[in-house]
Design a binder for this molecule. Sequence first.
Ligand SMILES: O=C(O)C1=C[C@@H](OP(=O)(O)O)[C@@H](O)[C@H](O)C1
Ligand SMILES: C=C(OP(=O)(O)O)C(=O)O
Length: 425
Amino acid sequence: MPNRQVVSSHIESPIVTVPGSKYLANRYIALAALSSGTTRLSNLPENDDIEAALEAVKQLGATVTSVDNGVVDIEGIKNYELPQTATLNCRDSGTLSRFITAVASNLRSQVVVDASEQMRQRPMQEVSQSLRDLGVAVSSDALPISLKGPIQGGRVELDTSRSSQYLSGLLIACLKAKSDTYLILKGKTVSSSYIQLTKNAIELFGGKIEEVSETELKIPANQSLTPTNIHIASDVVSSSYFMAAGLLAETTVTLTAFDFESPQGESQFYRVLEAMGASIKAESDKLVVGYTDQLQGIDVDMGDMPDVVPTLVVLALFAKGETYIHNIAHLAFKESNRIVDLCDELNKLGVDIEYDADSIRIKGDQPLRPAHLSSCHDHRLAMSYALVGIKQPGIVVTDAQAVEKSFPKYWEFLENIGLHTELVN
Ligand SMILES: O=C(O)C1=C[C@@H](OP(=O)(O)O)[C@@H](O)[C@H](O)C1
Ligand SMILES: C=C(OP(=O)(O)O)C(=O)O
């Protein structure tokens, strides 16, 4: 398994345009598969999750044609009956596993949804139970799941306290149910901005969701979705590593084509950095993040920015004072346990990070020592750990190829701004 370390700390060309959003791509691919006609997606990110998503909708009967670099045509499923059982491999993708299990419930055929060993450990039971309640035959509460639709619609309770992806998946899938679907939300919805991201995507395809009350959503039955041409906006989470890199290298980094309009919580990460003392400028679609002085620790609710918590924890190591990150219990259910694994690995640096089930407390500005930090096969840990190397020599990220899940060209992007990395033992 390749290990990698950052071996320079100087940023020479501080302008970055990150690839398209895997979050938006996941939604558009699922919706395109359920549309009547052909959707063209451009600026599609190339990574493991999106490759798996395209492969999965193809197996469900959508036609996927690669047109050009980053441009793909997806013709929606015409026949919801397959000639034989399809077995889908969602690899490490939680989003795909949750979305495609719901989408596949529209078929009248047997579909098996499977994924990597790591993904098989992540919770699926909220999805399987609600699909059963909606008339789908579902074999089990964990991957691999074998199911047979079609989804009938009806009234169902859904617990969204571990992941918002269950709800997003059902919102998409139930657009084509036989009768109206009423989703009654139980528990606090975590990562709730992702629901808005899903609603916006559904609207783009002409779909309708009605808000009956704060805890009840109605999805009118049998909707016809209109294909559309979409340029996928930049990935707001991938951007976070370059904002952090600039601050650690004590310089200014400009992110071009930044998606200021995104409802995704992480699109506001720059506000957290601003509160820590970074200088922030928005110039049309450019986000300029500048270093002014050592960052200050912060007390912050990151419940709606789950995927940039590792980035923030790394920055907090170098900030003055304490950083307290809370409302993050749902981070336990990601590719790794992003509370326990993240903190246990970083504590190998000789620092003082405390955590409990819902929060992380970091004492900043402590002396560090070189260490091998395992990504625990979690792309976000790998990308964040590498940044520690800007400040501290001898930081080796093990299982560094985990970045392929969302950002296979991450090392190349670091190289392009002047941060050299090396493969090491
Ligand atoms: O809907 C989505 O695209 C996602 C929702 C979030 O998950 P949870 O809702 O499980 O927190 C996020 O962490 C994940 O990377 C992607
Ligand atoms: C948690 C993530 O993705 P997923 O849940 O789709 O595996 C992520 O990209 O950080």
